[in-house]
Design a protein around this ligand. Structure first.
Ligand code: ZN
Length: 105
């Protein structure tokens, strides 16, 4: 996981183009449940599974009991932090910051 830690404290994004069938990946499932009075409880849980099919940016991931249709950008490699970590800790912005610097010299 340390490979994905940047000096800035953010997490470096995985290479989303590198996924292959058979890769183990992390993903997140969101469950919404009505709890009355118009309130909805949202429950996010982390899962791992194996890629069984890649169709453009649609990636099929087989977990223990179910098969999920996910987007390429909703999953991370198994050795990378899970989507929840990216959400909590935040992404590395070094590259973005660099792009914003004026390049005229
Ligand atoms: Zn950084």
């Amino acid at each position: 996981m340390s490979n994905y830690r940047c000096n800035c404290g953010g997490l470096i994004l995985p290479n989303f183009e590198a996924y292959q069938v058979g890769d183990e990946v992390n993903f997140m499932i969101q469950k919404r449940k009505s709890i009355g009075n118009g309130k909805i409880s949202v429950n996010q849980t982390a899962h791992t599974g194996k890629i069984t099919q890649i169709d453009g940016d649609d990636i099929t991931v087989k977990a223990h009991v179910r098969t999920y249709e996910l987007s390429r950008f909703e999953i991370t490699p198994k050795d990378a932090p899970g989507p929840i970590e990216y959400f909590r800790i935040g992404q590395c912005r070094c590259e973005l910051d660099q792009e914003q610097k004026p390049c005229a010299e």
